[in-house]
Design a protein around this ligand. Structure first.
Ligand SMILES: Cc1cc2nc3c(=O)[nH]c(=O)nc-3n(C[C@H](O)[C@H](O)[C@H](O)COP(=O)(O)OP(=O)(O)OC[C@H]3O[C@@H](n4cnc5c(N)ncnc54)[C@H](O)[C@@H]3O)c2cc1C
Length: 328
């Protein structure tokens, strides 16, 4: 029996693994994909908003070539930390369910089952895109993840969304000779877009280099066009590719299978003790860590602040483990 099984090997799951091991807990991290799997979906050579010291875990210094780390440096850093700490990792094994109770859980995966006294859920939010639910959304030309501008050079590209990802993708693709049209549901580029990106994209829109429809939604996607609902009425534009950068949400189906209740608030927050900072959910002995804590408010917890959940969770867990006998 493991003292703790941690679900997810993102930065926060790794931080929890380090914290548990350093406090002599027998920990297993189970990850459905690669190490730091979410980062694989980020744009190639993407620059993080955070400076490197704010992404560090386990006290390992993260030195980068430039002022801000890029995706590849972060992937390298977390891998080296995982190796240095000799973390116990099962990769490419999705957790599918959880039986039992506090002190005596059975974690079910697609391959096996594992006994654990405690469970930490650090599954992030990046696997399930927010769908527009319009006809044509499942066509091959529609993508919910942006990697790089090269596939879109000299094509008619629609970018749906007005946040950071949409703004960055629009600028990069425009600068690689795509004919970019942004389709934004609200009346302007999001206020949350970083201060060094917002004026750039707004100026490109103003000068007409990037076309933008505000207060506009997509009605339907066809092979060579898009149907829009604009304030001036329906419009149809020529289109080769759609990048639907409309955000992502946690896997609520998995949370349900893990027995974690969801609050009836706007963010659909998974129930956990945030006030007492134990991060324990409604299911005793099961904790949440990292971005998943915010539910659909995916910008509330990120690496910078989510990495600190690990110590609080492990301290709470240890206090409880010390008090309870192992049940077989
Ligand atoms: C484009 C972009 C840029 C960002 N830049 C920054 C930044 O500059 N600074 C910052 O602090 N944050 C940034 N963030 C946010 C940050 O990346 C996330 O908040 C961070 O990854 C959270 O870490 P996590 O460990 O909670 O979740 P994740 O990194 O998402 O890790 C969750 C892991 O759980 C795994 N998993 C999911 N379901 C299962 C299952 N059923 N079984 C097993 N494993 C499972 C996933 O495969 C994944 O590896 C950025 C996010 C994006 C999208």
């Amino acid at each position: 029996m493991f003292d703790v099984v941690i679900i997810g090997a993102g930065p926060v799951g790794l931080a929890a693994g380090i914290e548990a091991q350093r406090k002599d807990l027998d920990a297993l991290i189970i990850e459905k994909g690669a190490l730091c799997n979410s980062f694989l979906g980020y744009p190639t050579r993407m620059e993080f908003f955070s400076t490197p010291e704010r992404l560090e875990i386990g006290g390992y210094p993260f030195s980068t070539r430039d002022y801000k780390p890029i995706r590849e440096e972060a992937l390298d850093y977390y891998r080296r930390v995982a190796v240095a700490e000799d973390l116990n990792l099962n990769l490419y094994e999705a957790v599918t369910g959880l039986r039992g109770r506090d002190g005596n859980f059975t974690v079910e995966t697609e391959k096996d089952t594992y006994e654990a006294r405690k469970v930490v859920v650090a599954t992030g939010f990046y696997d399930i895109p927010n769908r527009m639910d319009v006809p044509g959304e499942d066509l091959d030309k529609v993508r919910h993840y942006y990697k790089e501008p090269f596939p879109y050079a000299l094509t008619d590209l629609a970018i749906i969304g007005g946040g950071n990802s949409a703004a960055k993708a629009a600028l990069a693709c425009y600068r690689h000779d795509a004919n970019v049209t942004m389709i934004v549901r609200s009346e302007e580029i999001d206020d949350g877009v970083k201060y060094w990106i917002k004026p750039d994209v707004e100026n490109r829109i103003e000068e007409g280099s990037i076309e933008a429809y505000f207060n506009t939604t997509v009605d339907a996607i066809e092979d060579d066009s898009l149907h829009l609902d604009t304030p001036e009425g329906p419009a149809q534009i020529e289109n080769d590719f759609v990048l639907a950068l409309t955000g992502y949400k946690p896997n609520y189906d998995l949370l349900d299978r893990l027995g974690i209740a969801i609050r009836d608030d706007e963010a659909r927050t998974p129930v956990h003790d945030e006030e007492g900072e134990t991060f324990e959910t409604n299911r005793d002995g099961v904790y949440l860590a990292g971005t998943i804590c915010g539910g659909c408010d995916t910008s509330r917890w990120f690496i910078e602040n989510g990495r600190f959940h690990a110590e609080k969770i492990v301290n709470h867990m240890i206090a409880r483990l010390d008090a309870e006998p192992v049940t077989a």
